[in-house]
Design a protein around this ligand. Structure first.
Ligand code: SF4
Ligand code: SF4
Length: 192
């Protein structure tokens, strides 16, 4: 430093002035503080967050239990156990459905290869990024956790993994038992 020429010293002063000008400029800018979690920044359209298992409009599951997603997953975090649909127990339109479907989210690297490999568009990475948990065991997402809810004709929302017919039958049973209860109450009132 002691041997610096006047030109080099001048250059150093200019460098310091340039740095300080940036500091002074940002001092008067509005801070970019996002009040998370009340305020959430929008994610990019192709952001890959938490997975869901999609359904068709009629409630049947898109997943056919083919295990292609598990084969494509570089982190080996998907477990699929397929089973056969029957005429009386139908979960998906094809021959097979996923009896068990799990993703270990601790191992997932959100690469999206499972989505790319899926032939039916069943597994999709959505925009939900709030996945933190205190318990590592609860980070294994089961089929029931991944399957999108289905709205029954009576407006009930269910995430059950059952056939549409079964769920509608359950709804009719509930309506029947409520009707019986109402009739009993009316009968008891009349007798009283
Ligand atoms: S996003 Fe990638 S790592 Fe995660 S489950 Fe899909 S294929 Fe596996
Ligand atoms: S999510 Fe897609 S690729 Fe994976 S088992 Fe289901 S249908 Fe096959």
């Amino acid at each position: 430093m002691a041997n610096d020429t006047i030109g080099e010293r001048l250059l150093n002063v200019l460098r310091i002035a340039k740095g300080m000008s940036f500091t002074f400029k940002t001092m008067f800018e509005k801070p970019i503080t996002v009040q998370y979690p009340e305020e959430k920044r929008p994610v990019f359209p192709r952001f890959r967050g938490k997975h869901v298992l999609e359904r068709y409009d009629n409630g049947l599951e898109k997943c056919i239990g083919c295990e292609l997603c598990a084969g494509a997953c570089p982190a080996e975090c998907i477990l699929v156990e397929g089973a056969d649909n029957t005429d009386t127990e139908r979960y998906s339109p094809g021959e097979r459905y996923a009896r068990r479907y799990e993703i270990n989210m601790v191992r997932c690297i959100f690469c999206g290869l499972c989505e790319e490999a899926c032939p039916t568009g069943a597994i999709v990475l959505k925009h939900d990024y709030e996945l933190a948990d205190y318990n590592v065991k609860s980070m294994v997402y089961t089929k029931e956790m991944l399957l999108v809810p289905y709205v029954l004709p009576d407006g009930t929302i269910t995430t059950e993994s059952g056939t549409v017919a079964e769920r509608v039958a359950a709804m009719m049973d509930r309506a029947d038992s409520e009707l019986t209860r109402a009739e009993d109450a009316v009968g008891a009132g009349t007798r009283g």
